[in-house]
Design a protein around this ligand. Structure first.
Ligand code: C5J
Length: 226
């Protein structure tokens, strides 16, 4: 077992049953012209996550941990998008509307795909999800069971929405989750702070939180190039 210095206490994990989960590092959230920006957000805040996440991704690959990427998005006919999701708020463009990177949050469009800096390698699992949680409406649970995974290193965006929802879903399913504080991002600094605090509060009510260097030190992989 390996042990990462984390909050509220050490996070112990067996690399043989641990996967790196990268949530929704898509152009639609991280680049101008996508879903995140249509909601009025400053996407540059999410881009701070990219360099540390590249390092963690390289370390996980080198350590042989399975890497699983997720993408939030919908079928072109929107049959998996509840009207309550599409019609909410006053965005500049709604889900399915044509934007500069293709139709907003639609599978197969340029904006829906993962940013170049974190492109999946052939063989890495990419889970397309219609909701905020990565377990809802997907085969993630079955895929993890097939791989014998019981612990998740969780990264990606946004901290208080898809990361939180996924960690809560995973916790209820019995997975132990370590969230890497500098590898998850929010458009709202206060949500980032409170979102992380909520995970580790009350003795780790949903999981553990640690900086990425604590994981890298534990794996003794700090020197691996990103
Ligand atoms: C949002 C996400 N924020 N990936 N999605 O709508 O967090």
């Amino acid at each position: 077992m390996n042990s990462v210095a984390a909050t509220p206490g050490p996070f112990s994990f067996d690399p043989a049953s641990t996967a790196l989960l990268i949530i929704d590092m898509q152009r639609d959230f991280c680049e101008p012209g996508g879903f995140g920006e249509t909601l009025g957000n400053d996407v540059s805040l999410l881009r701070e996550v990219i360099p540390p996440l590249q390092t963690v991704l390289a370390a996980a690959r080198a350590a042989g941990l399975p890497v699983i990427h997720t993408r939030e998005g919908h079928l072109p006919d929107l049959s998996d998008c509840p009207p309550a999701k599409r019609d909410r708020g006053e965005p500049a463009l709604r889900i399915g509307d044509a934007g500069p990177n293709g139709r907003i949050l639609i599978r197969g469009e340029y904006g829906h795909d993962i940013i170049d800096e974190l492109s999946p390698l052939p063989g890495e699992l990419v889970i397309d999800k219609p909701g905020k949680g990565a377990f809802f409406g997907t085969d993630l649970g079955a895929a993890l069971a097939a791989l014998g995974i019981t612990s998740l290193i969780v990264t990606g965006v946004t901290t208080e929405v898809c990361v939180h929802t996924t960690v809560r879903e995973a916790n209820d399913r019995g997975y132990e989750c370590l969230v890497l504080a500098d590898c998850v991002g929010s458009y709202f600094p206060e949500f980032q702070r409170v979102g992380l605090a909520m995970i580790a509060a009350q003795g780790g009510i949903f999981g553990w939180v640690a900086p990425s260097h604590a994981l890298l030190a534990c794996l003794a992989l700090e020197e691996i190039p990103s």
